[in-house]
Design a protein around this ligand. Structure first.
Ligand code: HEC
Length: 131
């Protein structure tokens, strides 16, 4: 009986994680609530973010985050429209978290962009793409 219970538990666990993947990007509440260490409205912070963006992100997301970079067209997944209200409605912490963890074709930048200020500067640049 114990073994059957264990098997049921394992099956439920596998089914549960598959369902979680379908829903897309799971962002922990703690990450969502993270607060920037930089002033995201500061022009020089946005300029710093732009430099990092051009180096690491533009190839897929395009210079203005419309997903129209040269590599963007070759992707299977939709990189999204960062100027949209839907994208901009996400918290600063969510954008930070998604950038460093990645998902599928979106690389994880935790090891490539280690400077905390650079990470938040990227969030500042993504905010500046709002329509
Ligand atoms: C190789 C192509 C590629 C590069 C380079 C790339 N991304 Fe992405 N990005 C993607 C794709 C594809 C998605 C959509 C992933 C998914 O939903 O499966 C994505 C999604 C995202 C999202 C979430 C979008 C949303 O609608 O919530 C953020 C934020 C993001 N990228 C930020 C960045 C930043 C910042 C950089 C540079 C440091 C970067 N990306 C570099 C391909 C890329």
């Amino acid at each position: 009986m114990k073994q059957i219970m264990l098997m049921v538990a394992v099956i439920l666990l596998i089914a549960g994680s598959a369902a979680a993947q379908d829903k897309g990007w799971e962002v922990p509440a703690k990450a969502k609530a993270m607060k920037p260490t930089e002033n995201l409205a500061d022009k020089s912070v946005i300029a710093d973010g732009k430099a990092v963006w051009y180096k690491h992100c533009k190839a897929c997301h395009g210079s203005k985050g419309l997903g129209d970079g040269p590599k963007g067209a070759m992707l299977k997944a939709d990189p999204g429209d960062f100027s949209s209200a839907k994208f901009q409605a996400q918290t600063d912490g969510t954008l930070y978290y998604k950038t460093i963890t990645g998902k599928g074709e979106m690389p994880a930048y935790a090891k490539k962009i280690t400077n905390e200020d650079d990470r938040w500067a990227l969030v500042a640049y993504m905010r500046s793409l709002k329509k």
